[in-house]
Design a protein around this ligand. Structure first.
Ligand code: FAD
Length: 540
């Protein structure tokens, strides 16, 4: 195998940005290793291909959580991208920075590396705000596409109903408004999904300093004392050993990064010893601090047409396919999530406690040869969904054995904290209030499954326990903190106790942000790589 200075594990949302910066800003030879295949696949490129990647075993790790004691003992589905572009290649494409208050705990003062002003700057560096007509090429940026003009007119009913509750309408949601609804921006360009792979990896893929290995899984990092000796890569069952001259950066995501660390002897010594894994670094927080948004959709049959008319039946589907084929527009060019917002509804905190979704369609899971599929319903319908912005429950990732191919145990420990239950009650109250508004009343035919207006808080909590799902934002499992007692990496993203190992992905979040976290992951990747490059240059 050729020699490389740096190895990046995982070509996901973060990994693609890390690779780009290392190639553009240093002379290092870089090896990027990705477990999954190329993202050059129509179901990845077409935005509404979402439904087809959701359970796709070739592009998705298809994890399930441990049975959740507070969710009727259910195992919760945890899709994760296993493809170039990572979860960014299978996600719903919403671009939401989160709120500036989300980052208050990331910094001690205004000059901190992770102060809001440097975070804001990092967001600005990666974003290119575009509209649907803007088809110009995008390099080293992520498009933040305002597709509101293509959104379904039924969204107005939702906006009007929330206005009656004094929630401000912002065409594009902002980072500093406490009560707001609006249109979600998405990461698309010219009707195609546009990930950090498109914006950051592809522009440097032909550079001779970069090598991308696809369909290769890193199972272990071997150490000599605290320094990386070699990295074990598997292509099918063939083992390849790589010895990076400088070190490695883990970008394998919030599930696989702590899992890989534990298999490499970095984790809580007691836990590793249980599985006869030699302890390289006793790092008690590896896998802890798992946070995720858990949410629920209320489905309504609608009196007026919704996207189900186009996507739930063949004549509409054919029309949508033609509109996409000829103009790259129509529902296939959009996310399933169109409108929503953040509200502080009866929370004792100063920041919003609820994120809202309004989707002009409904979908259900059906089974084809036991294979689950997401299908649009045939009747006209829409969804009002919600999740707590910053849930307080904390979970864990841990090992079930010392065999890498046995899946990690994922225990999000949902609804463990009483404040998360309180947020549910706040959401019920808000949804009851808006569904009484004339603007929604006139389009609601009937609630499917359960009607918040006719159910008590206790009944709705019980229903939530039975029906809620992950919103797919796990993070925090290798938390950044300057002490090994409280975190896994320093604020400069170096793994505590290791000489030449860094982590850059959703696992380093100290706390979950309000909203969909991909924007914050990419912001971190941009800022973190600047810090790592600075440190590498200073050490030379
Ligand atoms: C279904 C779904 C919908 C979502 N919707 C949204 C949304 O609309 N908006 C939003 O902001 N966020 C959304 N998210 C979340 C967001 O996409 C993720 O939080 C983000 O992509 C995580 O980035 P990451 O770099 O940490 O990990 P990932 O992007 O998951 O990248 C990790 C990469 O590492 C690879 N890898 C893992 N282990 C190994 C190994 N051992 N060896 C080699 N490679 C490895 C993986 O295959 C993967 O490609 C969604 C996620 C999902 C799954």
């Amino acid at each position: 195998m050729e020699e490389f200075e740096l190895v990046i594990v995982g070509a996901g949302s973060a990994g693609c940005i890390v690779a780009n910066q290392l190639i553009n800003k240093t002379n290092f030879k870089v090896l990027l290793i990705e477990a999954g295949p190329s993202d050059n696949n129509p179901v990845v490129k077409i935005p509404l291909g979402y439904g087809m990647t959701f359970y796709n075993k070739k592009l998705n790790w298809n994890f399930y959580s441990k049975k959740q004691k507070n969710l009727s003992n259910r195992e919760i589905y945890f899709p994760r991208g296993k493809v170039v572009g990572g979860s960014g290649s299978i996600n719903a494409m919403i671009y939401a920075r989160g709120l500036n208050t989300d980052f208050e705990e990331w910094s001690q003062n205004k000059n901190d590396i992770w102060s809001w002003s440097s975070i804001n700057e990092s967001f600005r560096e990666i974003e290119k705000h575009i509209s649907i007509k803007d088809h110009s090429s995008i390099i080293n940026k992520i498009p933040v596409n305002d597709v509101s003009s293509l959104h379904h007119p039924i969204l107005k009913n939702f906006f009007e109903a929330t206005k009656e509750q004094r929630v401000e309408f912002n065409q594009n949601l902002t980072s500093d408004t406490i009560n707001q609804v609006g249109h979600y921006n998405i990461n698309t360009r010219n009707g195609y999904r546009f990930t950090s792979s498109n914006g950051f990896l592809k522009p440097v893929l032909n550079n001779s300093k970069l090598k991308l290995l696809k369909n290769c899984i890193v199972r272990k990092i071997n150490f000599n004392q605290k320094k990386i000796l070699s990295i074990e890569i598997f292509h099918k069952e063939k083992k390849i050993l790589v010895k990076p001259k400088i070190g490695a950066i883990l970008c394998a995501g919030s599930i696989m990064t702590p899992y890989l660390l534990m298999h490499s002897g970095i984790g809580s010594a007691n836990h590793l010893k249980k599985f006869n894994i030699d302890v390289t670094i006793d790092s008690p927080q590896v896998g802890n601090n798992l946070q995720d948004h858990i949410g629920l959709d209320y489905l309504y049959k609608s009196r007026v047409d919704t996207l189900n008319k186009y996507l739930g039946r063949w004549p509409g589907r054919i029309k949508s396919v033609l509109s996409y084929a000829y103009n790259r527009s129509g529902p296939l060019s959009l996310s399933i999530n169109q409108g929503g917002g953040y509200i502080n509804w009866n929370s004792k905190n100063k920041f919003p406690n609820l994120q809202l979704y309004f989707n002009p369609m409904t979908y259900s899971i059906s089974y084809k040869n036991k294979r689950p599929l997401l299908n649009t319903d045939k009747f006209n319908g829409f969804i009002i969904g919600f999740n707590s912005c910053r849930p307080k429950s904390r979970g864990q990732i841990y090992l079930s054995s010392n065999k890498f191919n046995d899946a990690p145990v994922i225990d999000p420990n949902y609804l463990d904290h009483y404040e998360d239950i309180n947020d549910l009650k706040c959401a019920f109250d808000f949804i009851r209030k808006i569904s009484k508004s004339l603007h929604l009343k006139k389009i609601i035919d009937k609630a499917i499954d359960i009607d918040p207006l006719k159910s008590s808080d206790e009944e709705l909590i019980d229903h939530f326990r039975k029906k809620s799902t992950s919103v797919f934002h796990p993070c925090g499992t290798c938390r950044m903190d300057d002490s090994i007692q409280n975190g896994v990496v320093s604020k400069r993203l170096k793994v505590h106790g290791a000489e030449n190992l860094w982590i850059v992905d959703a696992s380093v979040f100290p706390n979950i942000t309000s909203g969909n976290i991909n924007a914050a992951v990419m912001m971190i990747a941009n800022r973190a790589t600047q810090l790592i490059i600075e440190d590498l240059k200073n050490n030379n």
